[in-house]
Design a protein around this ligand. Structure first.
Ligand SMILES: [Zn+2]
Length: 131
């Protein structure tokens, strides 16, 4: 019997989950860039990792708790634009579209997200208007 291939990461990087966003979800590593954090947060939505979503949310904007809808299937994430958010930046912007499906209904979410570095770790701050 061939060894089953490890599951690919839901962020569609093409890498196995354990070597991609799984390292961030487990706390083994921290997302080095705003885009990496965005991808890992999308993957957390896809895998129901509410704790990771809260942990990577800025304390000023973080909700008290987070209920993830188990009926939503996350299909694809397209990163459309990034501004700063690199290894040596303290702020960054990521524009993306996330595609999902719930009860046979397709949905897409287009958002421009702001990220800041807090204690050297990237966190999600807020959504801003595109443009
Ligand atoms: Zn990933």
């Amino acid at each position: 019997m061939p060894t089953p291939r490890p599951p690919h990461c839901p962020c569609l990087s093409g890498n196995p989950y354990a070597e991609c966003c799984g390292r961030f979800h487990s706390g083994e590593a921290f997302a080095p860039t705003a885009e990496a954090l965005m991808r890992s947060r999308y993957a957390a939505f896809a895998r129901g990792e509410a704790g990771y979503l809260l942990a990577t949310w800025h304390p000023l904007t973080r909700p008290e708790s987070l209920e993830l809808d188990a009926d939503v299937r996350w299909l694809r994430l397209d990163i459309e634009r990034t501004v700063q958010g690199g290894l040596f930046d303290s702020e960054g912007v990521v524009e993306f579209t996330a595609y999902s499906r719930s009860g046979g209904v397709a949905a897409q979410q287009h958002e421009v997200s702001r990220f800041v570095r807090l204690d050297r770790r990237w966190v999600y701050l807020e959504a801003v208007q595109p443009g």
